[in-house]
Design a protein around this ligand. Structure first.
Ligand SMILES: Cc1cc2nc3c(=O)[nH]c(=O)nc-3n(C[C@H](O)[C@H](O)[C@H](O)COP(=O)(O)OP(=O)(O)OC[C@H]3O[C@@H](n4cnc5c(N)ncnc54)[C@H](O)[C@@H]3O)c2cc1C
Length: 420
């Protein structure tokens, strides 16, 4: 069965309405500490604070403002400003009474149920939610470590890294080669590296038309490959070349001085390079034993409670959540299900089967966007896809223009849902 957007929206709304309808908890307020104020953490904070369980909610996040990774490829193309992608925590604090603490959580003691902060002090909790996003597996490409990101950015967390990459692209001579190293699965935003290639090609086409883009992939296939290859042929013929791991022998090392990237066979020289390394759950999850040997955090698919530590829930990119891709939409969907489960646990009310979704808009060019919508549900101890919708090769220009307009509308509504 294919999945229509109308049905998708109806179900997404239903789970939120059910959350708001929970009965209030009597007695003293339960304490929930949320670590990480990204998409997952900010959403769960807001939906818990507005649930009728009315817990005392503390949100720990070092950054004063959050810049979205989604739409950051439009910034690289010169189409959006970084300011337009940056959101404050003021509404969460003022409108919903969330205690936003700008600090870093250093450890969690699951026995004492407390979280230690870098600036000193501890927060105790009845329930904790860990939403630290991703960390990079430095060392899988020789020569690429944290220091190297200041020369060759990954730009896979938005902000200073994305700005650095944009400046390098602006300074690049016409006729240069931009090399993107795409990571192995699983990683944050499966279409992201290929959307990046598309939108940088759009920028090159206008300002540096003799330039080329080379994607050195750690994989042999990639998400929505047919849609991307069709888009690249139509918009940027001859500009983007994609080399799978089976062709190059994989990416072995990088020399930041010469910006050269050595594969199993050839060595490629870049004018500008963007290395997106292999990924695992955010550092705190590794340090506190919430991640298993896969590098990701196993969770109960109904409640998002850790399978390794009770009373700690993990949401967002850090999870190993079955078929769920690592996207902002998924992080938001998981956060609502988790808020509901925590509110139920705190009030002693009945748990419900969560509705879990992903929808994603991807730009091939500013007026040519494709989308996917996926409906998932807990099944057999994991989370499985039940319905899926994908854009198709050969859709009319008008359908694609409409998807690009919908994407803009989605960005505004979505960030309002998380931070507004
Ligand atoms: C180029 C690109 C394009 C993308 N496009 C899309 C898209 O179109 N649609 C979509 O749905 N998704 C998209 N994504 C994916 C999306 O950005 C992520 O899936 C989403 O941000 C995950 O949310 P999260 O809350 O798990 O992690 P994050 O948003 O990264 O948040 C984690 C937060 O935790 C904080 N933190 C980490 N450790 C600690 C600690 N110890 N103490 C306190 N705080 C801590 C960090 O500072 C950070 O703010 C894209 C990603 C990229 C890179």
């Amino acid at each position: 069965m294919t999945w229509t957007r109308r049905k998708f929206g109806r179900l997404a709304g239903a789970s939120v309405a059910a959350l708001a309808a929970r009965p209030a908890r009597s007695g003293s307020r339960a304490r929930v500490v949320i670590i990480g104020g990204g998409i997952a953490g900010a959403t769960v904070a807001k939906y818990l604070a507005t649930s009728s369980a009315r817990p005392d909610v503390a949100l720990v996040e070092p950054k004063q403002q959050y810049t979205t990774c989604f739409f950051s490829n439009l910034y690289l193309a010169g189409i959006r400003s970084l300011d337009s992608l940056t959101h404050s925590y003021q509404a969460l604090a003022k409108r919903y009474g969330i205690n936003v603490i700008h600090d870093t959580a250093t450890t969690i003691d699951p026995v004492a149920k407390s979280v230690a902060l870098a600036a000193g002090g501890k927060l105790t909790y009845d329930r904790a939610v860990v939403a630290p996003g991703i960390a990079f597996k430095y060392g899988t490409i020789e020569g690429y470590d944290e220091a190297a990101t200041q020369i060759i950015p990954h730009a896979w967390n938005a902000g200073a890294q994305t700005e650095l990459l944009r400046h390098q692209l602006e300074s690049m001579e016409d006729g240069g080669v931009f090399v993107i190293v795409a990571p192995p699965n699983p990683f944050r935003c499966p279409p992201g590296p290929y959307e990046r290639a598309s939108l940088v090609a759009y920028y090159f086409k206008q300002f540096k038309p003799r330039s080329k883009i080379l994607i050195l992939d750690a994989k042999d296939t990639f998400f929505e490959q047919d849609l991307f290859e069709d888009g690249w042929n139509r918009h940027y013929p001859g500009m983007i070349e994609w080399l799978p791991a089976q062709f190059t022998g994989g990416i072995k090392s990088v020399d930041t001085k010469t910006r050269s990237i050595k594969t199993g066979g050839d060595t490629f020289s870049a004018s500008v390079a963007n290395i997106i390394p292999a990924q695992v759950a955010g550092e705190l999850a590794q340090r506190t034993g919430l991640a298993d040997q896969t590098g990701w955090c196993p969770i109960d698919p109904l409640t998002f409670e850790s399978k390794l530590h009770s009373a700690i829930h993990v949401i967002g990119d850090a999870t190993n959540a079955g078929d769920m891709p690592k996207s902002a939409f998924v992080a938001n969907s998981q956060a609502k299900a988790c808020a509901f489960a925590i509110a139920s646990a705190l009030t002693g009310s009945e748990e419900m089967m969560p509705h879990l979704f992903n929808t994603c808009f991807t730009f091939l060019a500013p007026n040519d966007a494709v989308s996917d919508a996926i409906n998932m549900k807990p099944s057999g101890g994991s989370i499985k896809i039940t319905d899926i919708f994908f854009s198709q090769v050969g859709e009319s220009d008008e359908v694609r223009r409409q998807a690009a307009r919908q994407a803009d509308g989605w960005y505004n509504a979505f960030t309002q849902d998380v931070f507004g």
